[in-house]
Design a protein around this ligand. Structure first.
Ligand SMILES: C[S@@+](CC[C@H](N)C(=O)[O-])C[C@H]1O[C@@H](n2cnc3c(N)ncnc32)[C@H](O)[C@@H]1O
Length: 433
């Protein structure tokens, strides 16, 4: 699963390969609308060794989180906007320098990277001059700038839904980034002790200064897997019992499948993406857990199950803390199609649920159209559907998170004092007997 570790942006060991790759990723995210996960999945960082891969990801993420501030600092030193690659080199350098990066390392590397560039080599003098000015005055300006805001196409609907104050709090959470959360197979206290973490009220283990995930105690043994604390709640609310047949829809890369399998339930995990199912299988192997894995479209599935988890594809706007590329790569034009697909998936999954059975519907989205509204409309379409509020009475769930229709709304600004959580919507649906 993705390396969620966060470290300060001023990384003195970043070096040329990591910085060059980070700039190339920034270019593709902004110019071609590609997500960082897609770029990494397509092999973009494969030439780098593991520490440089982690550094490149960290530098690109830090730059995206601080992009608005970097542009404000740079504005004073640029007469006109340079080509995107040069601008991204300047942005990356500005973020590093303003977060304690050593000027000689950062500036020299970026001057060399642009100096060797086929088209923009002649702009290395500009990079040198601008970054030297940023090194002198940038850090002080940086600290006084506002928390970066989301682009308007996303900010406006979210501010309409949750209000101006909550919007600012969510943006502060996005800027702060995310700690590393683990879901554990067995004893949470033992894992917390081994990784120097803390057990959260909902049962996940949180590690603040994690470093390299695969180097943490218990990784090889498969004692835990990386999963945001909010993302761990839907499978918990399904309350699968040992031996129960559970259908896990849209399952890959499998964080929720592993949770369900760890209860001893008889899990069938379905996803349309072969590559993502490959990661699900790797996760099952590493943790020694078992599930039946099936490649296919949820909408074609036949059969009946007493318990279903539907983690529908969505805008993923709840995960911006860990995926700061999303607001820069997307423009919202795909969201309408996803909202239609979610409704069709709810209807099809409902047909697969036995009478008296329960289904958890969830999305890692902050948009009510992918959460609250989906459930309100599904209740209108299905006379045999009800929302089970009592199922939300589990440790760690705050009664204030429960919505009018009986679902659970989680936001990144919740738990602000202990490092936040991803945004999610979750509802436990019951089918009449
Ligand atoms: C939010 S992610 C699932 C995360 C996963 N449940 C976990 O906990 O790791 C949504 C998934 O839906 C899958 N998907 C999208 N359309 C699908 C379809 N029509 N049928 C089955 N899976 C689909 C995607 O491949 C993606 O893996």
């Amino acid at each position: 699963m993705a390396d969620q570790s966060t470290q300060p942006a001023g990384n003195p060991q970043a070096g040329i390969p990591a910085r060059r790759s980070a700039i190339a990723m920034l270019d593709q995210i902004q110019d071609e609308g590609r997500l960082m996960a897609e770029l990494i999945g397509s092999g973009m960082l494969d030439r780098l060794d593991a520490p440089d891969r982690a550094r490149a990801q960290r530098l690109a993420s830090d730059t995206l989180r601080g992009l608005e501030r970097a542009d404000r600092v740079l504005k004073k030193h640029l007469n006109k906007v340079p080509p995107l690659t040069v601008l991204n080199a300047l942005r990356l350098g500005t973020v590093e320098l303003c977060n304690g990066g050593a000027a000689h390392g950062v500036v020299n590397d970026l001057v060399q990277i642009i100096g060797r560039h086929k088209r923009y080599g002649h702009l290395k003098g500009l990079v040198n001059a601008v970054l030297r000015k940023v090194a002198a005055t940038g850090p002080e300006q940086w600290a006084a700038l506002r928390v970066p805001r989301l682009p308007k196409w996303l900010r406006n609907p979210l501010a309409d839904a949750w209000g101006a104050e909550a919007m600012l709090a969510m943006e502060a959470a996005h800027f702060a980034g995310a700690p590393l959360d683990l879901s554990v197979k067995g004893d949470a206290d033992a894992v917390a002790q081994a990784v120097n973490g803390k057990v959260l009220t909902t049962g996940s283990v949180r590690v603040t200064d994690a470093g390299q995930v695969s180097a943490l105690a218990g990784f090889e043994a498969g004692d835990w897997w990386v999963q945001d604390a909010a993302a761990a709640i839907p499978a918990r609310l399904l309350q699968a019992q040992s031996g129960t047949r559970v259908l896990d829809l849209c399952a890959a890369p499998g964080g929720k499948t592993l949770q369900l399998a760890a209860t001893g339930a008889d899990v069938t995990a379905v996803d349309i993406s072969d590559s993502r199912l490959g990661r699900l299988r790797e996760n099952l192997t590493r943790t020694g857990l078992f599930a039946t894995v099936q490649a296919g479209d949820v909408l074609d599935l036949q059969g009946s199950w007493p318990a279903i988890l539907l983690d529908a594809p969505c805008s993923a706007t709840g995960t911006i803390r860990r995926h700061p590329d999303l607001p820069h790569a997307k423009d919202g034009s795909e969201f309408g199609g996803l909202i239609d697909l979610q409704a069709r998936m709810i209807d099809h999954a409902w047909g697969l649920l036995e009478a008296g059975g329960r289904m958890v519907y969830c999305t890692c989205s902050l948009l009510p159209d992918e959460g609250e509204v989906q459930v309100i409309e599904a209740l209108e379409r299905h006379g045999d559907m009800s929302v089970d509020r009592d199922a939300l009475a589990v440790p760690g769930i705050d009664a204030e998170w429960v919505t009018a229709e009986g679902g659970l709304r989680l936001r990144p600004d919740y738990w602000a004092d202990i490092g936040g959580m991803d945004g999610f919507y979750i509802a436990v649906l019951r089918k009449e007997r």
